[in-house]
Design a binder for this molecule. Structure first.
Ligand code: PLP
Length: 388
């Protein structure tokens, strides 16, 4: 019996996110108009300076392999971004550019974790982290947060063992939109230093923030910077999901190992996309406009959703997601996936079930859609609840 797939791949959890997406696509092919709140991507155009830089790269024939770590101009622009916006000093050799943040996260887990190690992951979580931890051979250790989903150092401390290798932080969080407060970041940093733990800080939604100023954990002091791999990317902030450009910054020993591994995987991120991404330095106006629009939608939804008494609504501090508790609406033995499928079939509204975030009993609503659509969807959700 040799014709058999590995255990590694057999234990991969099939994403409920993809299951919902394929149902939506099948309905759309059948001519049904679906209001799709499943998608984790902005409904905006990539800013013009980025598009133009991409066109120029094609025109000038910038179509060869690049340096494995990424083109020096983009890494230098990111050094400057980190210095100015995040107050972290990195050298160019401490930055890697990849084909999206996702593969860089995978590479980071491969570099930092192996069998026998534990990686702490707060729940609710974007399911990809958990699969990537498992693929590294390490065991995920969960902290189950309850609304308003705010991570504290106390909860982290309770989960630390002699096997803990990595702590995953994602602030603002996908799917809850919660941020980790500065005082907690400081205490978490102390724990990481005391116990010799790596922190992977996914800061993907740093600019999609509706209160306060963003604080990167690596900026707190020089000591903690040596423990942190800061992850970020262009997908959400610059509406560039399809261009596939992400980046990571951290101690040289980690980043150079990540470059070595990337060399055997993708070789480098797309040359054209890297050149295009350089346009980010001229695109801040578009980002500010996009965030202002997201803020309006968030205010609208916060007002409308709290009027539905059966829902447990937490208002997100960042990202473009509401993570809504629906436990009171679930029938006996009914899964959240089942509830979402029925909503989709009956009212043609697509939400993502909490199972995708290892947190059933909730649904994720992405407000990457205009207010008129949000209004219509809220009406349909109300009807569905009242008819059930
Ligand atoms: N990190 C977070 C928190 C995300 O929500 C996502 C995408 O949904 C990613 C990383 C991956 O982004 P990309 O691979 O498009 O850069």
């Amino acid at each position: 019996m040799r014709k058999i797939l590995t255990k590694r791949i057999q234990q991969l959890t099939k994403s409920p996110l993809l299951k919902m997406d394929s149902k939506v696509k099948a309905m759309q092919r059948a001519g049904i108009e679906v209001i799709n709140f499943g998608r984790g991507e902005p409904d905006f155009q990539t800013p013009l300076p980025i598009k133009q830089a991409g066109k120029d790269a094609i025109e000038t024939g910038f179509s060869h392999y690049t340096a494995t770590a990424g083109i020096p101009e983009l890494r230098e622009a990111l050094v400057e971004k980190f210095r100015k916006e995040n107050h972290i000093t990195y050298d160019q050799s401490e930055i890697i550019i990849g084909s999206g943040t996702r593969p860089l996260l995978y590479i980071a887990f491969q570099v930092l974790c192996e069998k026998g190690d534990e990686a702490i992951v707060p729940l609710p979580t974007w399911g990809t982290y958990v699969e990537q931890v498992k693929l590294s051979g390490a065991a995920p250790v969960f902290i189950r947060l309850v609304p308003p989903f705010k991570l504290t150092a106390k909860e982290v401390e309770r989960k630390i063992t002699s096997k803990t290798k990595v702590l995953l932080l994602n602030s603002p969080s996908n799917p809850t939109g919660a941020i980790i407060e500065k005082e907690e970041l400081q205490k978490i940093a102390q724990l990481a230093i005391k116990h010799g733990i790596w922190i992977i800080a996914d800061e993907m939604y740093e600019k999609l923030l509706f209160k306060g100023k963003y604080i990167s954990i690596a900026s707190l002091n020089k000591k903690i910077q040596q423990h942190v791999i800061t992850m970020n990317g262009f997908s959400k902030t610059y509406a560039m999901t399809g261009w596939r450009i992400g980046y990571a910054a951290g101690p040289k020993e980690v980043i150079s190992s990540m470059v070595d591994l990337q060399g055997h995987l993708t070789a480098n991120a797309s040359s054209i996309s890297q050149k295009a991404a350089l346009g980010f330095t001229k695109s801040e106006k578009e980002v500010v406009q996009m965030v202002a629009e997201f803020a309006k939608r968030r205010t609208f939804l916060a007002k409308e959703l709290v009027k539905i008494p059966q829902l447990d609504v937490t208002i997100p501090e960042g990202s473009f997601y509401f993570f809504i508790g629906i436990k009171r609406l679930l029938g006996k033995n009914q899964s959240t996936m089942d509830w979402c499928e029925r909503l989709l079939e009956k009212k043609h509204v697509a939400l993502i079930p909490g199972e995708a975030f290892l947190s059933p009993g909730h649904v994720r609503l992405s407000f990457a859609a205009p207010i008129e659509k949000l209004r219509l969807a809220v009406e349909r959700i109300k009807e569905f609840i009242n008819e059930s």
